[in-house]
Ligand binder design. Structure first.
Ligand SMILES: Nc1nc2c(c(=O)[nH]1)N[C@H]1C(S)=C(S)[C@@H](COP(=O)(O)OP(=O)(O)OC[C@H]3O[C@@H](n4cnc5c(=O)[nH]c(N)nc54)[C@H](O)[C@@H]3O)O[C@H]1N2
Ligand SMILES: Nc1nc2c(c(=O)[nH]1)N[C@H]1C(S)=C(S)[C@@H](COP(=O)(O)OP(=O)(O)OC[C@H]3O[C@@H](n4cnc5c(=O)[nH]c(N)nc54)[C@H](O)[C@@H]3O)O[C@H]1N2
Ligand SMILES: [Mo]
Length: 784
């Protein structure tokens, strides 16, 4: 096993190459690319073991996305990006003790996210005392005691916030929320606040449950699959196999996206002969190239056409039986959509009438329709309303609760859905809190806590003094980077439980702790034997995950162990919880989950069944809608198109093919034709011409907002790209500097990362040959 440190060389934008985007995804190069980094950095044996166990029934759950596992798994049930995620975690490279003396915090602040991640795994707790510029190793016992003293010295438990990123297992999440509520606060922000929160609200209010109403097998039974605001080729690559199977059984697929994303066009399945030597399977039958933020108008227009078809041929178009028995609100919806102005729709969507007609015709022709969506819809100002319009459209023709049909939000982090089920939410409903109270005999706090944005505001305003994170990288993931970093620096103490170093470890409060933890790939040995954990995927299937390789270093603690020891140190015997027992045997945690979490009765038994179990889902299983009126609700939502002043563009922030959220694996975005760099902004060629700009030119990208605070990305290269007119795109997290903290989705408080009004100002090309070499890690210069 090599323990050599990789030399980290980073492109400085002078090597940036731009070639034609690809119109197909995956295939042989996919597998080749997926194995190459692993072989280079892991060594063959560790790699083979991890790859073979990935997503297998007795293996571990892939830590990349939340895509479900099919019942018949292939020998290699993973994708290129899953392989990157595993490689990145399972690397034998570690941060040695002397690293902390060698690198001051100021030094680390100059490093990029890529460099920080490449330093290897964190293996010992470290502490930064107030007033010092270095972390230094500390014992576990001292680390817990420092943190317990701090927490117990606060005036109120609400002066602390406890963040969770969606990789935490169900067992860790349950123990964490229990500790936090026993400590006395509901300040449980999570990555979901920035992700599918809008979905949770829209579906909760209309169907009574915030989760997908389909199971994996429904894809193969659908007549039509509409994929909105999602890039599966990069972010959920195994979904392409499900789409290919659906096509084989005759489904039509429509992609609604401002970009012609590679995986939506053509898929070369590496497990099939035609995927290796042929041109692969064409995926989308129709690409609806929508303007950013235009989906709500599109959905309303399609629903209006459905209602018009019904008016022409009464009794033949709508699912009257379903609507009468299970739904409420048809009349109001009909009245409201009658008023929809067609010109407004065309402007908001940037589409032509015939494109909307074509989509409506496909919808009317299909008996079984699935709509999937991800961040293109959830990170919009009108996100909640837009997703409610998806539900409207589906309900009109009974496309909920029958085979091959349903609403299918595609979740991001591999266990973000499970964490929510386990109680990670700043506003868990009374029924859950009551169950917690019954089970553990303490009174949980009832007042809602702070979400992710409110946590940053709380830190900024001095209301929150201690910030702890179970995974993730909040300062990099949240909007308004400069404001967020300033807020985090105001904390009295920041604490990160992590596998690897990132920006959130170096933007610290006065005191700071890093508590290293084991990853999902690693064998979790406790006194009662090796432990497994459990996770829930995007279609509510819950299954076990067993680590397969030795922990990267001795002395690493699991997340459950860290939480249990911390809880003991902080709470002493104030609440009656057997924290020692939790750490020794996770069955004990699962017994409590059985008693507290709906649908998890007999959890220990059910999780041990072959393939795990499905959580109950009223709308999917029995057309039962747990809304206050017991019916599915058709809703009336007021359209508010994105306003784009002359001379500006609407910019979305998105993921490249070489990253997992804030983790940067490399500097290429293969399918979009970008090599050796990330400081680019994609613009339609006609918009470039209209703005008097040319491909290859460098620009400053200015956020245009009423608060007039300068928010700017310096010297980004323009890339002429076939995005929708009036739109632009740049990579997350670099572009987060442009999004004001107050730019939020109505009703869900999710940062509006997919519709930021920007102005592009040309800068001299040769003023500085390597424009980004010296700037700070985010590529973002401070406001000037
Ligand atoms: N490899 C890899 N896998 C991942 C992740 C990763 O970073 N890397 N992240 C994980 C996480 S946490 C998540 S949430 C998911 C994210 O998965 P995605 O949502 O696919 O991620 P994004 O890159 O944000 O892509 C947004 C897509 O929506 C489109 N879009 C943007 N705005 C609009 C709009 O207004 N309307 C429409 N119709 N489309 C729009 C964009 O063009 C783009 O194709 O992926 C998960 N899986
Ligand atoms: N502008 C813009 N901003 C966005 C988005 C966007 O599309 N545009 N997307 C949003 C979305 S969808 C999301 S989900 C958030 C993501 O926000 P986060 O979830 O906070 O960010 P990640 O980058 O996924 O977190 C990565 C870090 O998690 C730690 N980690 C990895 N594995 C483990 C583990 O097993 N245990 C522990 N304890 N730690 C681990 C590592 O230290 C790693 O550096 O970002 C959001 N921010
Ligand atoms: Mo996400």
């Amino acid at each position: 096993m090599t323990r050599e440190h990789p030399s980290v060389s980073e492109p400085d934008d002078t090597d940036l190459e731009v070639t034609k985007p690809k119109d197909w995804a995956a295939g042989v190069p996919g597998v080749y690319h997926s194995m190459k980094p692993a072989l280079e950095k892991l060594g063959v044996i560790r790699t083979g073991k991890t790859m073979l166990a990935l997503n297998q029934k007795d293996g571990f759950d892939c830590p990349s996305c939340a895509w479900p596992d099919p019942n018949h798994r292939k020998a290699f049930e993973f994708c290129e990006n899953g392989a990157k995620a595993v490689t990145w975690e399972a690397t034998p490279v570690i941060i040695e003790s002397d690293f902390w003396a060698q690198h001051s915090i100021d030094d680390l602040l100059e490093k990029s996210e890529y460099w920080l991640g490449m330093q290897g795994r964190l293996t010992e707790p470290v502490y930064k005392p107030a007033g010092e510029n270095h972390y230094r190793p500390i014992s576990w016992a001292d680390a817990f005691s420092v943190l317990a003293t701090k927490l117990n010295g606060l005036k109120s438990p609400d002066e602390a916030a406890f963040y969770t990123s969606g990789r935490a297992s169900n067992e860790a999440a349950f123990a964490y929320q229990l500790f936090v509520r026993a400590f006395g606060t509901n300040n449980l922000p999570d990555c979901s606040n920035m992700c599918h929160e809008s979905t949770g609200w829209a579906m909760g209010q209309t169907l009574g449950i915030g989760k997908a109403t389909i199971s994996y097998d429904d894809f193969a039974q659908a007549d039509l699959i509409i994929i909105m605001g999602q890039n599966p080729g990069t972010n959920h690559p195994r979904m392409l196999t499900a789409l290919e199977e659906a096509k084989d059984s005759g489904a039509e697929i429509v992609a609604v996206n401002p970009l012609p994303e590679a995986g939506l066009h053509r898929y070369k399945n590496p497990q099939r002969v035609k995927g290796i030597i042929g041109r692969g399977t064409p995926i989308a039958d129709q690409h609806v190239q929508i303007r950013l933020g235009g989906d709500m108008a599109l959905l309303q227009a399609v629903s209006k056409k459905v209602l018009a078809a019904e008016a022409q041929n009464p009794g033949t178009v709508l699912d009257h039986e379903f609507l009468a028995k299970y739904c409420f609100g048809l009349e109001d919806l009909t009245r409201h959509l009658n008023l929809l102005d067609e010109q407004t729709v065309l402007e908001a969507t940037g589409l032509e009438e015939h494109e909307i007609d074509e989509l409506a015709a496909r919808y009317l022709k299909a008996d079984r329709v699935i709509v999937t969506w991800a961040m293109g819809l959830t990170q919009q100002k009108k996100a909640v309303a837009t997703i409610k319009e998806i539900i409207n459209l589906l309900l009109l023709r009974g496309n909920i609760g029958k085979p091959g049909a349903g609403a299918s939000p595609i979740r991001g982090h591999s266990n973000v859905q499970g964490d929510r089920t386990m109680g990670i939410w700043e506003q868990m409903p009374p029924a859950f809190l009551n169950a917690l109270e019954r089970e553990f005999g303490f009174e949980p706090p009832r007042e809602h806590g702070a979400d992710a944005v409110e946590t940053i505001r709380g830190l900024r305003d001095g209301d929150i003094k201690v910030f702890m994170a179970l995974g993730g990288n909040l300062v990099a993931a949240i909007s308004d980077t400069n404001a967020a970093e300033a807020a985090m620096r105001g904390a009295e103490m920041t604490v990160q439980v992590s596998t690897k170093l990132n920006r959130s470890h170096v933007v610290t409060g006065a005191e700071a702790l890093i508590l290293p933890t084991m990853g999902r790939t690693e064998i979790d040995m406790q006194t009662s034997g090796p432990q497994f954990v459990s996770v829930e995927d995007t279609v509510s299937a819950v299954h076990p995950s067993w680590g397969k390789i030795d922990p990267v270093a001795p002395g690493l603690l699991s997340e459950v162990a860290i939480i249990s020891r911390l809880a003991r140190a902080v709470l002493d015997d104030k609440v009656k919880v057997d924290w020692d027992g939790f750490e020794q045997n996770y069955d004990l945690i699962r017994d409590h989950i059985s008693h507290v979490v709906d649908g998890c009765e007999n959890y220990n038994q059910k999780i041990r069944q072959e393939g795990g179990f499905m959580l109950p889902n009223g709308p999917r299983d029995s057309r039962t809608f747990p809304t206050p009126i017991g019916k599915a609700i058709l809703t009336v939502n007021d359209l508010e198109p994105v306003d784009r002043p002359p001379g500006t563009l609407i910019l979305q922030t998105l993921r490249s093919h070489d990253q997992f959220n804030t983790t940067i694996y490399g500097h290429n975005d293969r399918y979009r034709g970008i090599k050796n760099g990330r400081h680019v902004v994609f613009v339609n060629p006609d918009d470039l011409a209209e703005l008097g700009l040319i491909d290859g030119q460098f620009v400053d990208v200015h956020g245009v907002f009423s608060d007039k605070i300068p928010r700017v990305l310096r010297k980004f290269r323009l890339v002429s790209y076939p995005t929708a007119r009036g739109c632009a795109a740049a990579y997350y997290p670099e572009a987060n500097v442009l999004v004001p903290l107050s730019h939020l989705a109505e009703g869900s408080n999710t940062p509006v990362s997919k519709a930021v009004i920007v102005r592009l100002d040309p800068v001299e090309a040769d003023a500085d040959k390597a424009p980004n070499a010296a700037r700070n890690r985010s590529g973002a210069a401070l406001p000037s």
